[in-house]
Write a protein that binds this ligand. Structure first.
Ligand code: URA
Length: 434
């Protein structure tokens, strides 16, 4: 087989066989196929696409390119959860301990934030001492002992994807549904959970800008999961405005704690409870969604869900007291309230804009490896559809100093659109693909 023959085949609209895909991934991982040929092939895939069988084959080949954890051989059922990312997305922080407290094991590797979307790892590292760097043995032990483990993404997992993603990033080939679906799913299949819940977000703050694209990605990933024998469900959810009220690491962790106490903002709490209920039905801990929702409510009320978060934090060397007493989490030295510039209904809040503003307060990274300030960020005082008066609190800025808090104000105000008339609110969960 020659790489150039396969480039020409895809360029002319052909379909790769399983053997051809396996060969391509093996040779590329070993370095036998150079980046310039793989870049050309990726561009051919970008234009010509891949069918469901090719996409599944590509995913499996990438999943096999490195270490495979097979977590379902340690404990079963075991759920993994993935969000395509957004602004204020603290859902994993709440859903993982919630379902673990309901008796469903959670084995998850999670990433750092890059760009305007935050990362679960950075939020968890707001806790003193918490470590996401776990050996394979520790990952498995914590999963067995506590039914929940939240580790950082291992570089040994699906290394072919790591190499391909870096190449796609600089060759204009990121935005391809089969390439995105296979990239995300290869890392999930390498972990080897028995069940997978995907949260595919769309809107200004998300990777997918519209619902049609989000649905295509969700369908592609569910098909890959099912073909690999993993029970996979995808929720398609809106990221037209930030999720909940808090944006920033310790601020979002505090909001997740509120959700686990049954005191979180309505939108994000409902999403977390619904996703948890879906997981309980998928894993047969509940027969119906109604039964699952009841179990979720009981687990919140009894305090077991919050206790589970404290338990996993302690198991990963973090200070669990900061979960039970969130006032011990780090706080920014400056807190300043930005008032509403006018009266009216909030018609839109640009999630990407607020994500970027939060980054410039130090809560995110402009480039890989930048340090993050866990204390900083924003807390929205009103959401789309709310009516407020000029001068009412609009957004609380948590900054490192007065100057940064001042400098950000005009960028924040530019993220808001106003209306004199009531605004129709769209549901957060738009579809579930099973
Ligand atoms: N996230 C991934 O892991 N891969 C992609 O291709 C896009 C987002």
């Amino acid at each position: 087989m020659q790489a150039v023959e396969l480039i020409c085949k895809k360029r002319d609209g052909g379909t790769f066989s399983t053997e051809e895909i396996n060969w391509l991934i093996e040779q590329y991982t070993q370095g036998t196929i150079p980046d310039y040929q793989m870049a050309s092939l990726l561009m051919a895939i970008y234009w010509r696409g891949m069918d469901a069988r090719e996409t599944s084959d590509l995913t499996l080949a990438m999943a096999r390119s490195g270490e495979q954890l097979h977590v379902n051989t340690v404990i079963s059922p075991v759920i993994d959860k993935h969000s395509t990312g957004g602004v204020g997305d603290k859902v994993t922080l709440a859903v993982a301990p919630l379902v673990a407290a309901c008796g469903v094991a959670v084995g998850k590797m999670t990433g750092r934030g890059l760009g305007h979307t935050g990362g679960t790892v950075d939020k968890l590292e707001s806790v003193d001492g918490f470590t996401i760097e776990l050996s394979r043995e520790d990952f498995m032990r914590i999963l067995r002992e506590h039914q929940i483990v939240l580790a950082g993404q291992s570089n040994d997992l699906a290394p072919a994807d790591g190499k391909l993603y870096a190449l796609r990033d600089v060759t204009g080939t990121i935005e391809s549904i089969p390439l995105i679906a296979s990239s995300i799913m290869s890392k999930k299949l390498a972990i080897g959970a028995s069940h997978l819940l995907l949260d595919v977000k769309f809107g200004s703050g998300a990777f997918m800008k519209n619902i049609e694209q989000a649905r295509l990605l969700a369908q592609a990933m569910v098909a890959i999961g099912q073909a690999a024998g993993v029970h996979t469900v995808a929720a398609i959810t809106s990221m037209e405005q930030p999720l909940g009220r808090a944006i920033g690491n310790a601020l979002e962790l505090r909001e997740a704690i509120d959700i686990l106490r049954g005191q979180g903002p309505e939108d994000v709490s409902e999403l977390c409870y619904h996703e948890a209920a879906e997981i309980l039905v998928m894993t047969q801990k509940a027969a119906t969604l109604a039964e699952a929702e009841q179990l979720v409510a009981q687990t919140i009320q009894s305090g077991a869900a919050l206790k589970k978060l404290a338990e996993v934090i302690a198991a990963q060397q973090g200070n669990a007291q900061q979960i039970l007493q969130p006032e011990l989490l780090p706080v920014a030295p400056v807190r300043s309230m930005l008032p509403a510039p006018r009266s009216g209904y909030i018609a839109a809040i640009n999630a990407e804009g607020l994500g970027l503003a939060s980054m410039s307060l130090g809560a995110g990274r402009f480039k890989k490896g930048d340090p993050v300030d866990h204390r900083t960020g924003l807390v929205l005082q009103a959401k789309v559809g709310n009516h407020i008066q000029a001068g009412d609190p609009l957004i609380e800025i948590h900054a490192r100093d007065e100057q940064e808090a001042q400098q950000i104000q005009s960028a924040l105000l530019a993220c808001y659109q106003w209306s004199d008339h009531p605004i129709k609110i769209h549901p957060l969960i738009c579809d579930i693909i099973r």
